[in-house]
Design a protein around this ligand. Structure first.
Ligand code: FCB
Length: 455
């Protein structure tokens, strides 16, 4: 530590982890009885995925899960966040259970526990069984019962060993890009369908919470993972400020308010009328079932003004000068600090985990056989320093997970975007720990790091 740097130390027991999701890493899409998912269907649409990539092999994690757990142990991870593929467990969405699918997660969980790594399981990270989509998908209320049944089946098998459960990952992505904007499965363009999908995602969450608790024990912690953006107005004009407020309502408050306040935000309900969701008596109470933790995924801030870019919302996005990742996402750690403070002040969750944060950069294997990714190290330092500052001001952040453990199938971008702490050479499936992975391992070992003063 020099005079120009200061040591940032995290509280004892802080949970250092890394995240993945089933569809993005497992591959083996046609093995051991797995059913089709909506992403399999979507990936086959011409032009849907960059480079025509599919997730049929991905990181081949289904066959290499022990090797991958050994890499997690090498990094010193305290926890690993993964998701369970609904179509592996219930190939038709409901009905017959595929024991072979459950066996895979059984093996994974046992390997994690043997390595001293805490499993954080997410039930739904976007890979809906196609049969469930054919039956009506998220806009149809019947899916709530199907999801609760799925949660029951999985937690009966794993609830004795998995103590951290998230119901959904980023319901906003499923509801709005999937059903209103049409650029993710099921590729619909209906705001009414999107708002009903959002409502059923939230209701399915609320109804699954007591089931996950009942199949666990005193250690069981249940939460949900929301994606978040810090939103700044493009200017102080009343139009731009109102647009920024609307965008925040669309992206953040539409999910936070029902979960923590038991009601949809009134300004947005007015704005969305007549497409408002079909809310039935008792729904909002179920949705607001108290949680053990809130998972936050945070990547970037948006600067929003009035405009026509998303015409239903009457907003436009501006890209201020600065550094951007390969995803076109601004690198701006103060937004992360602001967002964490806002969540704490506005919603008061008892425990927060940052369940995803990270960046895509154009990584390559260097002549020395290593992967040098200084921009990712700088990114992680900046965001961890922002998180540390928020914690010092009382934000109850108890853990942080990098997205992602491995380079993987980045949805519509296929394999063109690399987010991993570990590089994956797809033709050979060789894994190489990047410099950022080694740096993160040192952070975990020391439970902190030296940050340039003022970060
Ligand atoms: C999040 C998703 C995750 C990954 C990252 C980059 O929205 O939850 O699967 O794609 O973005």
């Amino acid at each position: 530590m020099t005079e120009e740097s200061e040591r940032l130390t995290f509280p004892e027991g802080f949970i250092w982890g890394a995240s993945t999701s089933a569809y993005q890493i497992e591959g083996a899409t046609h093995e051991d009885g797995r059913g089709e998912s909506v992403w399999d269907t979507f990936s086959r649409l011409p032009g849907a995925i960059a480079g025509g990539d599919t997730a049929d092999v991905a990181c081949d994690h289904y066959h290499r899960c022990r090797e991958d757990v050994a890499l997690m142990a090498e990094l010193g991870l305290k926890a690993y966040r993964f998701s369970i593929a609904w179509p592996r467990v219930l190939p038709q969405g409901t009905g017959a259970v595929n024991e072979a699918g459950l066996d895979f997660y059984d093996r994974l969980v046992d390997a994690l526990l043997a390595a001293g790594i805490e499993p954080f399981a997410t039930l739904y990270h976007w890979d809906l069984p196609q049969a469930q989509q054919d039956a009506g998908g998220w806009p149809d209320r019947a899916i709530v019962e199907a999801f609760v049944h799925y949660a029951d089946v999985v937690s009966r098998r794993l609830g004795d060993r998995v103590h951290y459960w998230a119901t959904h990952n980023e319901p906003w992505v499923v509801a709005f890009p999937g059903h209103a904007l049409g650029d993710r499965p099921p590729a619909l363009r209906s705001w009414q369908a999107a708002l009903n999908a959002a409502h059923h995602l939230l209701l399915a969450h609320g109804r699954a919470v007591p089931v996950l608790r009942a199949n666990g024990d005193a250690r069981t912690q249940v939460g949900i993972v929301l994606n978040t953006l810090w939103v700044d107005a493009a200017s102080d004009s009343p139009e731009d400020r109102a647009a920024a407020r609307r965008f925040d309502g669309y992206f953040n408050r539409w999910f936070f308010d029902p979960l923590f306040k038991g009601a949809y935000p009134a300004d947005m309900l007015d704005f969305y009328a007549p497409d408002a969701p079909d809310v039935q008596p008792g729904d909002m109470v179920a949705i607001a079932t108290p949680l053990d933790f809130l998972g936050i995924n945070y990547y970037n801030r948006n600067v929003i003004g009035a405009g026509q870019e998303v015409d239903r919302l009457q907003v436009r996005r501006e890209d201020p000068p600065g550094e951007y990742t390969e995803m076109g996402w601004e690198v701006y750690p103060p937004g992360f600090y602001n967002l964490l403070r806002w969540v704490h002040q506005e919603y008061r969750p008892g425990t927060i985990y940052v369940t995803e944060n990270g960046a895509a950069f154009p990584d390559a294997i260097a002549a020395d056989g290593q992967v040098h990714d200084p921009r990712r190290v700088a990114f992680l330092r900046g965001y961890l320093a922002a998180a540390h500052r928020a914690m010092q001001e009382g934000v109850p952040l108890r853990g942080y997970f990098v997205w992602s453990l491995l380079d993987n199938f980045e949805w519509r971008h296929g394999f063109s975007k690399r987010f991993g702490l570990i590089y994956v050479d797809y033709p050979t499936q060789r894994r190489i720990i990047k410099d950022s992975g080694r740096w993160y391992a040192s952070v975990i070992r020391q439970n902190g790091f030296d940050a340039p003063a003022g970060e």
